[in-house]
Design a protein around this ligand. Structure first.
Ligand code: NAD
Length: 356
């Protein structure tokens, strides 16, 4: 593993590189030394638009962005209106992220210089209607990237461990073969490449991470293969038992949402001159299987039981993903380091789920 904070190796000259257009985001704006855990810290340097803000990540990210950059600086958008109290602390607008002219108008009227593009169809839902998932995931990304190119915005786009597929070494390296078998994974690989292309070709400041499964309370997960790792906590507290749709030993990387949100802010504030990679960095915090997490939950709820009723579709998706990923590039290039491990995440989740 590379030493955290070590200087990244120099990038090889790219024969297709075209210098950034004048409207592109200046590098200097991205060099702010960002400490996401600093008390009361605020960096009033950005105006941000978030797509898909009503989802599992957005419902955590938007309040954090508003805390850091100021409430009025962050325009939350989604296809659907959120519950009245959910995003009330700042501006919200209904926005279909596949509609390029609507995205352009929202970015222009908000004077946004940064877009966090979260709107997407996730893995399990995507397999139910693959063409719809492909269209929404790619059309929305294309719309956001084109607006960013025209208006000089920086863009964050999350990728996923679903971008890997068969033949990947264990742990999955930062740079390796990418042959996913799900439409979601295929859209993520295509999205990573498109984001890198917009950076190389037009100088758009695109950045991303490959998230593992994300565990959070509050907003429910959006139909992914790792939703079990959220549901298990609610069922454990409410019923004392959980029936899992994956097998007992299905191991996947996971991360607690507070760390995921920090990763988003950190990578967007990272010093561009240290970035060898952009789209997208492997990041991880822990490896969990249903049996291992059930054992950890039993340390708090000794009578908790788990049963298995395997969903073949989601099990096949999980089997196609790597057991572990190597996040040493993120650690070396922008200082990635998660705060929560399985034990601290489990204790925190149970406390918040109990409190409702
Ligand atoms: N949650 C995870 O475990 C996880 C892991 C890896 C990557 N990701 C990625 O992070 C991003 C956000 O994930 P999430 O978990 O918050 O998803 P989610 O399903 O909870 O939320 C997605 C949001 O996008 C909105 N949306 C869908 N189509 C839209 C459109 N055309 N225009 C505008 N909004 C639209 C939905 O209404 C929803 O609120 C996605 O790109 C996802 O692939 C998530």
């Amino acid at each position: 593993m590379a030493t955290p904070g070590a200087a990244a190796p120099a990038r090889a000259p790219d024969p297709l590189y075209i210098p950034a257009a004048p409207k592109a985001v200046p590098t200097a704006r991205r060099t702010t030394s960002f400490k996401p855990s600093g008390p009361g810290e605020r960096l009033p340097v950005k105006r941000i638009l978030v797509t898909g803000a009503g989802g599992q990540i957005g419902s955590w990210l938007v309040p954090r962005l508003r805390e850091v950059y100021g409430s009025s600086a962050v325009l939350a958008t989604d296809l659907r209106q959120p519950p009245a109290d959910a995003l009330e602390a700042g501006p919200f607008r209904v926005l279909d992220a596949t509609d390029g002219s609507a995205v352009g108008e929202a970015v222009a009227s908000h004077r946004a210089d940064t877009v966090y593009h979260l709107a997407a169809i996730l893995s399990a839902v995507g397999e139910r209607d693959p063409l719809r998932a492909w269209k929404i995931n790619m059309d929305s990304l294309e719309a956001v990237l084109e607006v960013a190119r025209e208006r000089g915005c920086a863009v964050f786009t999350p990728s996923s461990i679903a971008a890997f597929g068969a033949g990947v070494p264990d742990p999955a390296p930062q740079d390796t073969i990418m042959r996913p078998s799900t439409i979601y994974g295929i859209s993520k690989v295509a999205g990573e490449l498109l984001c890198d292309y917009y950076h190389r070709r037009w100088g758009v400041d695109t950045r991303g991470v490959r998230f593992p499964g994300l565990i959070s309370y509050g907003s429910p997960p959006g139909g992914g293969t790792t939703d079990w790792a959220v549901d298990i906590f609610y069922q454990a507290v409410e019923k004392g038992s959980y029936t899992c749709f994956l097998g007992a030993d299905s191991q996947l990387d996971m991360m607690y949402m507070p760390d995921a949100v920090d990763a988003l802010l950190q990578v967007m504030e990272a010093d561009a001159s240290r970035l060898v990679h952009r789209n997208a960095f492997n990041v991880t915090a822990m490896q969990l299987s249903p049996a291992v997490l059930a054992d950890e939950i039993r340390k708090h709820l000794p009578n908790f039981t788990i049963a298995y009723d395997i969903d073949p579709v989601r099990q096949a998706i999980a089997n196609s993903w790597p057991d572990r990923i190597d996040d040493s590039a993120a650690r070396a290039e922008w200082g990635w380091s998660p705060s929560f491990d399985m034990a601290s995440m489990t204790a925190d989740m149970l406390q918040h789920v109990r409190e409702g």
